[in-house]
Structures are given as C-alpha cells and as structure tokens.
Design a binder for this molecule. Structure first.
Ligand code: ZN
Length: 151
C-alpha cells in the first residue's frame, strides 16, 4: 500500500477518473426489491391477537375525508383513509396492514459466477467486493440496500 502523501493530487485525480470510467462501462443498473414494508392500516384498528383488521374504522366519515386530504397534501397518492361502517376495511381489505413494495435502482458490477452454474449472472453490489476498483465505488447507501433486499 502506497501512502497517500506520496502520490500527487493530480495523479490521483487522473487515476480516479480512469477507474470511474471503467466502472461505468462494467456496471449495470439493477432493480432491487427491498423487503416489503408492513404498515399498520391507518384506516382501521388492528387486532394484535388475530393479526388482522378488527373491522372497525378509526375515523368518522368527516375525519376520514380530512385525513385523506391531509395525506394527499403531503404527496400521498393512494387511498389511505376511507370511512366504512363495519366489516371489511376498504383500505387494507381486512388485512389490518398495508404492504408497500419498495423498488430501487442500484449501480452494480456484473460478474460471472462459475460456481453458480451455467448462464447465471450474479449481481455484485459495487463496493462490497474486495478488489480495489470496486472499493473506489463504495457507496454505503447501496450496501445497505443489498443487505436488506429480499431477492
Ligand atoms: Zn384497514
């Protein structure tokens, strides 16, 4: 390992640029599905014992409308608050919770893994492999992403 002070800044920048362009050529955008997030239904009371909806709305009709307006004001797009008298909650369909599928794109270095068999590609998250090239692209944000991904 060469100590940092022994390489001039200019050389380092040049080196970085070259490596960046190599990575750009090797990396692919990969769609990552994060673990679906479970969110207690905002519209009905959740029953912890049966792990489903109690079938009771949290709101009066007026409150439900107001909550939905507030939610949309904050950028919400789906129906989160809708009054119902009893029975199956229209928001969570009686489940008591909402699951949101989270999908993100990440830059990856695509490598072949001979051990995984023919025609299989492993998507190695940039930054977690040992080589110097990949290390330079380390993005802790992406690393967390892959640790938490479901597939
Ligand atoms: Zn509900």
């Amino acid at each position: 390992m060469i100590h940092n002070t022994r390489i001039s800044k200019r050389v380092k920048e040049k080196h970085k640029k070259a490596i960046r362009s190599i990575i750009k050529g090797l990396s692919r955008k990969v769609e990552v599905y994060k673990q679906p997030r479970k969110l207690e239904c905002p519209n009905c009371y959740f029953d912890k014992f049966t792990e489903s909806s109690t079938g009771k709305c949290k709101w009066t009709p007026v409150q439900a409308i107001q909550q939905q307006i507030d939610y949309e004001d904050e950028g919400g797009e789906d129906i989160r608050y809708r009054y119902f008298k009893f029975g199956r909650c229209p928001v969570c369909r009686g489940q008591g919770y909402l699951t949101t599928q989270r999908k993100v794109w990440a830059d990856c270095i695509v490598t072949w893994d001979p051990q995984a068999g023919r025609n299989s590609v492993t998507y190695t998250p940039a930054g977690t492999e040992g080589s110097t090239i990949v290390q330079l692209k380390t993005d802790p944000k992406n690393y967390d992403l892959f640790k938490n991904s479901s597939g």
